[in-house]
Design a protein around this ligand. Sequence first.
Ligand SMILES: Nc1ncnc2c1ncn2[C@@H]1O[C@H](COP(=O)(O)OP(=O)(O)OP(=O)(O)O)[C@@H](O)[C@H]1O
Ligand SMILES: [Mg+2]
Length: 353
Amino acid sequence: MSITKKMVLSNIILLIVPVISLFFIDIVLGYLIIVSLNGSTGTFITLRFISIILVFLLVNVTISWLVSRHIIRPIQMLNEHARKIGEGDLDTPVTVNRNDEIGSLSDSFETMRKNLKTLREKEDAYNRNRQILMAGLSHDLKTPLTSMKGYVNGIADGVADTVEKRHRYTETINQSIERMESMINELFLYSKLDLEEVEFHFSPVQLAPYFSDIVSEYQLDHPEIMIELQGSQHLAVSADREQFYRAVSNIIGNSIKYRGQEPLLIQINIFSKDGFVYIDIKDNGAGIDEHDLPHVFETFYRTDQSRNSTTGGSGLGLAIVKRIIEKHDGEINISSLLNKETVVSIKLPQVML
Ligand SMILES: Nc1ncnc2c1ncn2[C@@H]1O[C@H](COP(=O)(O)OP(=O)(O)OP(=O)(O)O)[C@@H](O)[C@H]1O
Ligand SMILES: [Mg+2]
């Protein structure tokens, strides 16, 4: 029953009970005092007055107690919950099981608590991500810096005493500088994507010719690789051509970097299902261990195999790819079998041209 109805009912009780009691008192007291005890009218009026006051008091106290139990106490409970939420306790659920306005107020409090909790969890994850990013960055910048320091000292101390040696040393220093530069560029891009500072310009993109151009470009640079492109001609998505290219070339770049058996075969398959377009990029490369697989989209995550190889990158590539695909309202997944194959699958909303 709603609070309004309860208040109306209590007011009716406050009126009806004393009126009925008045009749009852008149009849019972009148009979007792005047008929049975032969008492005076004065006594009857005095007792009648006292009885009416007592009935009024009794009804009032009872109604006040009921109102306090049903309305004031739940409000005090809500107040207590609000205080706890204010102090940062977002784990205690707000439960006032009622079917009235207080119940719906309690439901709103509970929704607010859950939303605040989700926000706080997101913020915590964000901060954790930042810390991992910072730790990864300092660790990964240290390696080329240490190597550079060693080679610069080698030149300064005269260890590199021939032209050939000096040339080799400067070559290595250059490589370290390039590695740091590309890492900083990737990190800069990742931070900008993270802060939503990268502008995306979406337009309908027909996937068959788009991928055909990418394949031709890669075949030109890497004639030893086999790249197969399959899929329907007419499928299109809404994409930022430049950012989407960045994502795709990161994935194909990984297939080339982490190749296993030769010759390397990359198969790109484009198809649609239930209003979505799927782009599967599969290679027959080194594959990824099942323990590493859930982490490859994390910043700075590299498998041991990548860390030990000279081709290994900074581990930001797939984190960037994921952000870019998510900006396209899409999803990205990866599956792999070690020493056999890796499939990166992109799912995007289909658009009709
Ligand atoms: N096609 C693949 N085959 C085998 N391993 C892969 C493949 N793609 C990704 N990986 C593994 O996942 C890790 C993360 O990939 P990611 O692209 O994020 O980083 P990266 O290539 O090491 O560095 P970056 O792309 O920043 O230069 C890689 O280090 C590699 O170990
Ligand atoms: Mg990469």
